[in-house]
Write a new protein. Structure first.
Lengths: 814, 157
């Protein structure tokens, strides 16, 4: 500990702190532009100059480490003079156009200029002008306002993992730009808006729509991925105007993914369902709640009375709140129906009943940073969990070795030590090789059960899997210097594996590998409340059908919660057919869309901003939020709709008068965290039968769900749809694959799966494993296709059959 | 495509730095490519970026920072005359005027036959020889006089 003094205040600080850290700790404000606690120190704006005793010139507080006995003055005459001069320099070329600048009212330059600037300028010469750049649909630029602090450059390089902006030129000619006419494509790009201390980078969709002081700021929880990021929703006139991160160090730090930041545009989409609708003789008719609910209840009752309770299928989106999930399950069970499921994109349910507890990510989000060895199985991390990927990036920057087993070789923007890119079907074998190699490594004392051992006999370990196993065991790799005796290992399995027909094998292998090397980890669930849904058992009971079976063996009636069947289910064609044949489909939905054309009743529910509720994140955190606006038109919170629907159905036990009451029922009055910690457990009760050497020679589809198609809200965010990051459905394959199929880029092919097909354009993508065709899912162009990770055939077809996809949104019904 | 010779030279530069610090060779790589091609086009910068496996913008930052990298064609001979303080005190102005009259071009312009380009140079740290100029970043001529300049131009023709 060092003893220093700032403005006369004696202070103890740690070795290595800078003056600015020390001052921040005791709440002494030092003005700054370029310094940011999460970024490297650039010390280029010079706003933070302070006076230090025994130094005859002012020093930058952000770049000066403290020394014992240092006496620092932040408000002395010399310090203030230095700060004022810097301010004057910074304003020389600044346009001072605050009245027309979106940053006005929340601008560091404005605030600091008020405190340190002069009331008039001595600079009468011409100011420089910098041309604006078009860096994509999410961020507006006014580059003349830029003060070259380089926070944006450092963020994209250090946190985003890829330097997409740079400071080109020098001195008076220096300016921030992307390379020639490139845009900023990072999935975390919106954060540079928050970082920019002036109005050079502002929010494009929000531009000129409100002034910051007109907005009411309300806390909420991000509703897309399982991270549970804390957000602040800015509201004006009962409309969501924008979304910003709320600082939460242990979850999202001070960042937000673009999906969480810009999805709100979808909340104000013209697609929003405003009033209940019933289909009469094929045409949609608007109606009132009472009629709609009575009609829905009547239909469900008639059908279940006539055909039995299991003629009903209940599908709930894992993006729904815990309260909604709980009520829909109670409702189904109340009717005697066990066909309830939230696992819409899963196809392998062999683990049902074999789990000890609730599957989760197996560690805390923050712990990822401390891992030494990481194995990621079947996940396109940046696409599935954009902000979580950043934690892994930090771990790797800290020296962790990352290994990847995946059918896609997408650049995670961090160093990958070992990777095996194979067909999903072969991933099981690869994991088997790792397991075998690990059990053979002398340093590991644990042995495997004999049954599994026998199985591994048939596997041959290849050099690359051997290297992976050695890495996980902590042995020094080719450029590692020392062996780690007890490395902290993390194993994680992602969305592509979760949708795979051999998920069970992959999961069990991962369990076994984890057991040997004492690893943490688990599944990285796809949606905001997947873990919560599992926790409440929004899953079939012993005799019920799971999500896949409900579509394979079609039901007479369906109750959908927040689901667009062809876009949200694993097997689009099957989902569509099942809905089409049903006698009655009751959909609780925030949107009217073509994907619900087979519904019979549409009940308008409130999205997360218009209802209170709770999400359970992938690390088991139970986070409740309140509504930030009133529901649009006739929309109602889904928990209320379900309560009234249950009452109309004559079911007991639905007398909840608030979402908190539902939450209390879920946790039975206990403290949520206590209940959750007792229940989270990734272990299996018993090892499942594993077949490792299944051969399958045909082509396999990789039906990844693009980040900006993952749920109904994002699908309707126009700016996100326009980004380059959003992958359009095409038949993507590697060059060798193209040659083997005798195709060239731009050819039109007919892709056929078991129950349907799609006409697509061929695209070269060398990230795809041999034997695989990557075709994005959850899109109107591919709703004819089947299993996300299933077999597929490809044949060339005529160009006439191809309809290029134009609009980015589903057409509105009626 | 970078030529085989350039790649060999860049590879040699890379041996001076740790294997995972390829970015360190960016200045040398740009110099090598410029010497071969005369100037640095966007495509050249992209190729350097690809070869060093670094973002293109990181190459552009360096290429635009130093004025000895030419981002536009400069003709066969680029003549940079120092106009900084020491040279100016030794009457570099007269040399500049003479060159501009003789070649018929101003600073940053190329003669119609594509042979000569005039550039305003910054102090080359060789003030002892002021006034001075440098041809194609490599050949320096000191203690200039009008006659000496004529002789140099004659030699280049
Ligand atoms: S654009 Fe903003 S964040 Fe980037 S350098 Fe300029 S002022 Fe800084
Ligand atoms: S904040 Fe210290 S120099 Fe910019
Ligand atoms: S001023 Fe011309 S070389 Fe220094």
């Amino acid at each position: 500990m060092l003893h220093i003094e700032i403005d006369g205040k004696p202070l103890e600080v740690e070795h290595g702190s800078t003056i600015i850290d020390a001052a921040d700790k005791v709440g002494i404000a030092i003005p700054r532009f370029c310094y940011h606690k999460k970024l490297s120190v650039a010390a280029n704006c010079r706003m933070c100059l302070v006076q230090v005793e025994k130094f005859n010139k002012p020093l930058p507080a952000c770049a000066t480490p403290v020394a014992d006995g240092m006496k620092i003055f932040t408000r002395s005459k010399a310090a203030v003079e230095a700060q004022k001069s810097v301010m004057e320099f910074l304003l020389i070329n600044h346009p001072l156009d605050c009245p027309i600048c979106d940053q006005g009212g929340e601008c560091d330059l404005q605030d600091i200029a008020v405190a340190y600037g002069a009331s008039g300028s001595r600079y009468a010469e011409e100011k420089r002008v910098v041309l604006n750049k078009n860096i994509g649909p999410l961020i507006s630029t006014d580059m003349t306002r830029c003060i070259q602090c380089t926070r944006c450059v450092r963020f994209l390089k250090e946190v985003g993992g890829m330097q997409e902006l740079g400071l080109v030129g020098r001195g008076e000619h220096a300016e921030i730009t992307a390379y020639v006419d490139k845009s900023v494509n990072s999935e975390l790009s919106g954060n540079i808006i928050d970082l920019c201390p002036v109005g050079a980078l502002t929010n494009k969709p929000f531009r000129y729509s409100a002034r910051s002081w007109e907005l009411t700021r309300r806390p909420s929880i991000a509703p897309h991925d399982g991270l549970g990021s804390h957000i602040e929703v800015h509201v004006k006139d009962n409309k969501v105007m924008r979304v910003l991160p709320r600082e939460k160090e242990s979850i999202n730090e001070c960042w937000l993914s673009d999906r969480d930041r810009y999805s709100y545009v979808g909340l104000n989409s013209p697609d929003r369902l405003k009033v209940p609708m019933i289909k009469h003789n094929g045409t949609w008719v608007e109606t009132d709640w009472k009629t709609a609910l009575e009609f829905a209840a009547g239909q469900i009752k008639d059908i279940t009375n006539q055909h039995g309770a299991d003629s009903l299928g209940v599908l709930a989106s894992p993006n729904s709140t815990m309260e909604e999930g709980y009520l829909i399950k109670q409702l189904a069970n109340g009717l005697g129906c066990g066909n309830v499921d939230y696992r819409l994109r899963q196809t392998d349910f062999r683990l049902d009943g074999k789990r000890v507890g609730i599957p989760w990510m197996g560690c805390n989000i923050q712990e990822i940073e401390e891992l030494d060895r990481i194995l990621i199985i079947g996940s396109n991390l940046r696409n599935e969990h954009p902000l979580l990927a950043q934690r892994f990036r930090k771990a790797v920057a800290n020296g962790a070795e990352l290994s990847v087993v995946s059918p896609l070789d997408n650049d995670p923007l961090m160093k990958v030590a070992h990777k095996v890119i194979v067909r999903p079907n072969d991933m099981v074998n690869v994991l088997g090789q790792i397991l075998k190699a690990m059990s053979g490594l002398q340093r590991l004392s644990l042995c495997l059960p004999p049954s599994l051992n026998a199985l591994l006999e048939t596997i041959t370990v290849r050099p690359n899997t051997q290297a992976m196993a050695e890495s996980l065991a902590g042995l020094a790799g080719p450029d590692g210097l020392v062996d780690l005796v007890a490395p902290k290992v993390g194993l994680f399995i992602g969305n592509m594996a979760l949708s795979d027909p051999r998920f069970t094998e992959m999961y069990s292998m991962m369990e076994a590998i984890g057991g040997i090397c004492g690893a943490k980890g688990g599944i990285l669930p796809a949606a905001a409340n997947s873990t919560g849904m599992h926790f409440m058992g929004v899953m079939p009971n012993a005799t019920g059908m799971h999500a896949r079976a409900m579509l394979e063996v079609p039901r007479k009636a369906y109750l959908l919660l927040n689901v667009e069947p062809e876009l949200d289910c694993q097997h689009a064609a099957l989902a569509k057919a099942a809905m089409a044949q049903a006698e009655c489909v009751v959909a609780l939905t925030a949107y009217k869309s073509e994907a619900l054309e087979n519904a019979d009743v549409l009940l308008p529910i409130a999205p997360f901003t218009e209802t209170s509720g709770t999400f359970m994140s992938m690390e088991g955190r139970v986070q409740s939020f309140s509504a930030v606006t009133k529901p649009l038109a006739e929309c109602r919170p889904a928990w209320k709709v379900l309560r009234v629907l249950a009452n109309t159905l004559g079911l007991d036990g639905f007398d909840f008068d608030s979402s908190e009451a539902v939450k209390n029922a879920i946790f039975k009055g206990e403290k949520p965290s206590t209940v959750v910690w007792r229940n989270l457990n990734n272990n299996l009760k018993e090892l499942v039968e594993i077949e490792v050497n299944i051969k399958s020679d045909g082509l396999q589809r990789i039906g990844e769900v693009p980040q900006y198609e993952s749920d109904p809200i994002v699908r309707r965010s126009v700016p996100l749809q326009k980004t380059k990051y959003n992958i359009r459905p095409m038949a993507r394959m590697r060059a060798e694959q193209m040659a083997q199929l005798d195709l060239v880029e731009g050819d039109i092919v007919l892709a056929t799966q078991d129950k349907g097909s799609a006409v697509l354009q061929v695209k070269l993508d060398n990230h795809v494993a041999m034997g695989c065709i990557r075709i994005a899912a959850s899109h109107e162009q591919t709703i004819g296709l089947g299993d996300l990770m299933g077999d597929i055939t490809i044949e060339k077809t005529s160009k006439e059959l191809y309809k290029p996809y134009e609009t980015t949104m589903l057409k509105v019904v009626a | 495509m970078l030529s085989k010779e350039s790649i060999e030279k860049i590879d040699y530069e890379l041996t001076k730095y740790p294997a995972d610090k390829r970015q360190a060779a960016v200045m040398s790589a740009l110099r090598i490519v410029q010497t071969e091609r005369g100037w640095l086009s966007k495509e050249s910068m992209t190729e350097v970026a690809e070869y060093l496996r670094i973002p293109e913008i990181a190459v552009m930052e360096v290429a635009t920072f130093y004025n000895m990298y030419d981002l536009e064609p400069v003709g066969k001979y680029k003549i940079s005359i120092c106009t900084n303080i020491s040279c100016m005190l030794r009457d570099s102005d007269a040399i500049v005027t003479h060159l501009q009259n003789k070649l018929g071009v101003g600073f940053n312009e190329v003669t119609p036959d594509g042979k000569f380009c005039l550039k305003e140079g910054e102090c080359m740290g060789a003030c002892g020889g002021a006034p001075l100029l440098i041809v194609n970043n490599h050949t320096m001529h000191e203690f200039l006089t009008v006659d000496k300049v004529d002789a140099i131009l004659e030699e280049l023709k």
